[in-house]
Design a protein around this ligand. Structure first.
Ligand code: FDA
Length: 389
């Protein structure tokens, strides 16, 4: 027997639940289908278990996309304030950690419960642990096989996310479906991801060291912590810049942001203090030692020639490192690239060439910075599609 419904949503994560609730609240019949057994695992593990669910500074500049303007319409139609109103209506306590990042006081399960409740109140039909099979276009919409059922729907919303963290349900389903309907895909890559070095033990002695740095690549620049790991570098500044990085590119690290190494050296030029000990006032001692030893032999400040100090100063403000790669999708917070926004309407999230087909959330070529931006994109794009499906 074929079941008929107005809207089918595939993927019951952040964007899918928001899209389902948004469509059902308009009075549409909605089925929400996911192959995972547990609901919204990515929300559950997000923000260290407290879900950094939005960012007060969310704006188009905080998103990467082949079309940097694409996200504006959805972000304006369903704003940070709209989601905060929803969170507050459920009396979920939250706090700003830093840089506009809002986290639940208690835990991310509260956000999952909120979204589930919004879907339930509006009568969304759930199909969890349900694999989706063939999807075809039929006269008035789409026909899809899901588990042992077949559904006909007028509108189909794809919210299957990106490729990060396959063990909790990530698949390339959304990209494959886009290709099936002839939509272009911007090449995907792990993003918000730690970077590696070759040989792996290049900076092994520094594992565990954390530095407040400004990391730059082209026009992108982030000042936050960089953490050395046994494989390479991580920490918020590296995760942020990783979304802009391509193999072979060098990162520039300003190890003394907001300070002037030349002036610091000039003040200490006649001193007996060893260079690493001087730098240890501003940098972790272990790092200062390794950094100086890699540049020149260690002597008291007064024994260096001006050109030697100039070399160290310039490297302190522009230390070039070329990562060998990323740790990949198994550790990446998100996937950059995805369904090309050129094929979608920014006002509705509908495919321009396939009436009734929508793509929302991470599967679309819109990737937010670290700090709650990706969930805001999921809420905004999901809500917009739900209003138009
Ligand atoms: P999402 O991945 O949430 O959901 C996709 C759903 O589709 C899943 O339920 C999956 O099971 C389902 N699915 C996939 N393939 C399917 C198929 N073939 N058939 C049926 N169902 C299928 N962002 C942020 O803003 N703040 C934060 O604090 C964090 N923290 C964070 C931590 C970690 C460890 C990770 C990995 C990621 C984050 N993120 C984040 C990113 C954020 O989780 C992510 O951007 C959103 O969950 C994307 O929402 P979507 O709904 O698009 O995909």
């Amino acid at each position: 027997m074929v079941r008929s419904i107005d809207v089918a949503v595939i993927g019951a994560g952040a964007a899918g639940m928001m899209a389902a609730a948004s469509a059902a609240q308009r009075g549409c019949g909605v089925v929400l289908i996911d192959h995972a057994e547990r609901l919204a695992e990515k929300i559950r593990i997000s923000g260290g278990g407290r879900c950094n669910f939005t960012n007060l500074q969310a704006r188009a500049e905080c998103y990467l996309s082949r079309n940097p303007h694409f996200c504006k319409s959805a972000l304006a139609q369903y704003t940070v304030r709209d989601f905060l109103d929803l969170v507050e209506s459920y009396r979920i306590g939250y706090h700003e950690k830093k840089l506009g990042q809002l986290f639940c006081d208690e835990g991310s399960q509260q956000i999952i419960d909120l979204l589930k409740s919004e879907c339930d109140k509006a009568g969304v039909v759930w199909r969890m642990a349900t694999p989706v099979g063939a999807i075809e276009q039929v006269e008035h919409g789409f026909r899809l096989a899901a588990g042992n059922e077949v559904w006909d729907c007028r509108s189909l919303i794809i919210a299957t996310g990106g490729l990060s963290i396959p063990p909790i349900g990530a698949t390339g389903f959304g990209y494959d479906l886009a290709r099936q309907f002839g939509l272009p895909i911007v090449p995907t890559a792990p993003a918000l991801v730690p970077l590696t070095f070759e040989p792996k033990d290049l900076y092994a002695d520094l594992s565990g060291v954390s530095i407040d740095c400004e990391v730059s690549l082209g026009h992108a620049s982030f000042r936050e912590n960089v953490l050395f790991t046994h494989k390479g570098v991580s920490g918020p500044a590296i995760l942020q810049i990783s979304s802009y990085w391509s193999p072979g590119q060098a990162l520039s690290l300003d190890l003394l942001p907001g300070r002037d190494a030349r002036a610091l050296f000039a003040e200490a030029a006649r001193s007996e203090v060893l260079l690493p000990n001087l730098l240890a006032e501003w940098l972790p001692k272990r790092f200062a030692q390794a950094f100086c030893a890699a540049q020149l032999d260690i002597r008291p400040m007064k024994q260096y020639l001006p050109r030697e100090l100039e070399l160290v100063a310039s490297r302190l403000h522009d230390w070039r490192v070329i990562p060998s790669g990323t740790v990949g999708y198994k550790k990446a917070e998100v996937t950059r690239g995805g369904v090309d926004t050129a094929a979608l309407s920014s006002k509705t999230m509908a495919a321009k060439s396939v009436p009734g087909l929508f793509f929302v959330g991470e599967v679309v070529d819109v990737t937010g910075w670290l700090g709650g931006y990706n969930f805001q994109w999921a809420w905004s794009s999901g809500w917009v599609a739900g209003q138009n499906a």
